[in-house]
Design a protein around this ligand. Structure first.
Ligand SMILES: CC(=O)SCCNC(=O)CCNC(=O)[C@H](O)C(C)(C)COP(=O)(O)OP(=O)(O)OC[C@H]1O[C@@H](n2cnc3c(N)ncnc32)[C@H](O)[C@@H]1OP(=O)(O)O
Ligand SMILES: CC(C)C(=O)C(=O)O
Length: 476
């Protein structure tokens, strides 16, 4: 994963707005491009402190200074293993121990003497000898560092151990102590929260839990756990969490797993009929917090596990009323689609309901013809002929590919009925081979209302066009 200067500016601005107080904008030593990006973030004049990662080297401090940062995250190896591998020293030897402490102290002093805020971090602290770790912290404090940090570099802590260690260190090391946890055992969030409860003054966290290997403690999990499970205020605008999560996922290209706590696609989506039965009476039955708390919306989807309550809710949203026998028929047809292993989109339900309730109306948007071209070198282009409320409309557009061009042309053709936005687009090959049946699922929105729809064809462009037109008909 690599972020451009523009991406870093967007993310830093969003983090600042979220209420984050320190932003580690990058390691200045990395490259010319990284320095340009850190410098650009420093120049934004955000409320947050802008920090750069530095090794125990004066040249790293100089490079960070050249990026106009407020602070450095000065990382000192602290375990015997890291000290041996990185510094080729053996801390069982007194002269080697003293040499590490002396270099760390010198670099800390150098950074302080250049006006930087210094967070002095012990790398691999959870595998370090505690006596040496305390000496390391004492050296930093004697050189007036502002904060200390305990890094659980390969995620070895457990919540119990994190609590015990921070209870011992947090108030006794002479400066505020931060916690930095990795997620190798899936415990980064739990360990971070335990350390904070035991006195850690600050936590290093990342949006969506991204980071090296299995990532770091996730900001949204730590914040919402503190606020909801421990009744602590964090100063984070939680209602912006989802928006920032999406931004970071889009810019880093790292998808968020659907079942990820709080920010996953399914975190506030309900399908099980037994759950929906109670949820419609009281959302607390199956939601520990309201989706709005993290800037989300609740969604009830239909599929194999739907119950009568789910069907009734969906019909109500469509503005349809149905007799008991009609509901039973709709229920049976929804189950049939579910048994094929599919979700029932909003457009599917509308089609089923209209068929069962014998509601007939002509679709507002009807496809008469389309052409799409692509190639190299050529600009992907598409033309569509649509019947929009009985009026033939022809539009042509270009795009990043033929699907994009076709969707743009359709949006242009229906622009008279409003601005319809494509929120999500998923494609799956249902059968194998190049002649596979392709299923396209789209999520469209118009004036704050969203719908899902599907198209299934052997031609990916045709499936996309079909899905978009199905969704548009549901919206207009
Ligand atoms: C995404 C994150 O996790 S941020 C934290 C880590 N950040 C980064 O790694 C920044 C990106 N890294 C880089 O661009 C490169 O590794 C550079 C430019 C920093 C260094 O590149 P190189 O000089 O080619 O060295 P290389 O990466 O092979 O090895 C790292 C060197 O730093 C030394 N080093 C590592 N940590 C420290 C430390 N805390 N203090 C002092 N020296 C250290 C290593 O001992 C090694 O030195 P050596 O080459 O003398 O053996
Ligand atoms: C960059 C450093 C702080 C790190 O990731 C660690 O030691 O865990």
């Amino acid at each position: 994963m690599a972020l451009s200067t523009d991406d870093k500016i967007k993310i830093a601005t969003a983090l600042d707005d979220l209420g984050v107080t320190i932003i580690e904008a990058g390691s200045a030593v990395t490259s010319e491009g990284e320095r340009a990006a850190i410098k650009a973030v420093s120049a934004l004049g955000l409320s947050a402190e802008i920090c750069s990662y530095c090794r125990m080297k004066k040249e790293d401090i100089d490079l960070a200074l050249a990026c106009d940062v407020d602070s450095v995250h000065l990382v000192v190896p602290s375990s015997a293993l890291h000290i041996e591998m990185k510094l080729r020293k053996d801390i069982s030897k007194i002269e080697d121990r003293e040499s590490v402490l002396s270099i760390a102290g010198d670099v800390a002093e150098y950074a302080k003497s250049h006006g930087l805020i210094v967070e002095y971090s012990a790398e691999d602290a959870s595998r370090a000898d505690l006596k040496f770790l305390k000496e390391l912290y004492k050296t930093g404090v004697s050189h007036h560092v502002d904060r200390l940090c305990y890094c659980d570099t390969v995620g070895m802590l457990t919540p119990e151990r994190a609590f015990t260690i921070f209870s011992e260190l947090a108030y006794n090391v002479g400066a505020p102590l931060s916690v930095h946890c990795h997620n190798d055992f899936g415990l980064a969030t739990a360990n971070t929260v335990a350390a904070l409860r035991a006195g850690a003054a600050e936590a290093h966290v990342t949006i969506n839990g991204i980071g090296e290997r299995s990532g770091n403690a996730s900001l949204e999990e730590v914040v919402v756990q503190l606020e909801h499970l421990y009744g602590k205020k964090t100063g984070i605008k939680t209602e912006n969490l989802y928006k920032v999560s999406r931004l970071v996922s889009r810019l880093t290209g790292i998808p968020v797993s659907p079942n990820k706590a709080l920010i996953g696609g399914n975190s506030f989506t309900h399908e099980a009929g037994i759950h929906v039965h109670d949820l419609v009476k009281n959302t607390a039955t199956y939601e520990p917090i309201s989706p709005e708390f993290v800037g989300r919306e609740r969604k009830v989807v239909l599929g194999k596990h739907a119950g009568t309550s789910s069907i009734e809710l969906a019909l109500k949203e469509l503005g349809f009323s149905a007799e008991k026998s009609q509901k039973e028929e709709i229920f049976a047809r929804v189950k049939e689609i579910g048994d094929l292993g599919k979700h029932v989109t909003d457009a599917d339900l509308q089609t089923i309901a209209e068929a069962v309730l014998e509601i007939h109306h002509d679709p507002a948007v009807r496809l008469k013809a389309f052409t799409a071209v692509s190639g190299r070198p050529s600009i992907p282009m598409a033309s569509v002929v649509l019947d929009v409320f009985g009026k033939e409309t022809i539009c042509v557009d270009t795009g990043d590919g033929p699907v994009d061009a076709a969707i743009r042309a359709i949006r242009q053709a229906v622009s008279s009925v409003g601005d319809i936005v494509l929120e999500e687009y998923h494609v799956d090959a249902i059968t194998g081979g190049t002649d596979a049946l392709v299923e396209v699922m789209v999520k469209l929105s118009k004036d704050g209302k969203t719908v899902t729809a599907r198209g299934a064809r052997t031609d990916i462009i045709e499936a996309s066009v079909e899905a978009v037109i199905n969704g548009m008909n549901r919206l207009v």
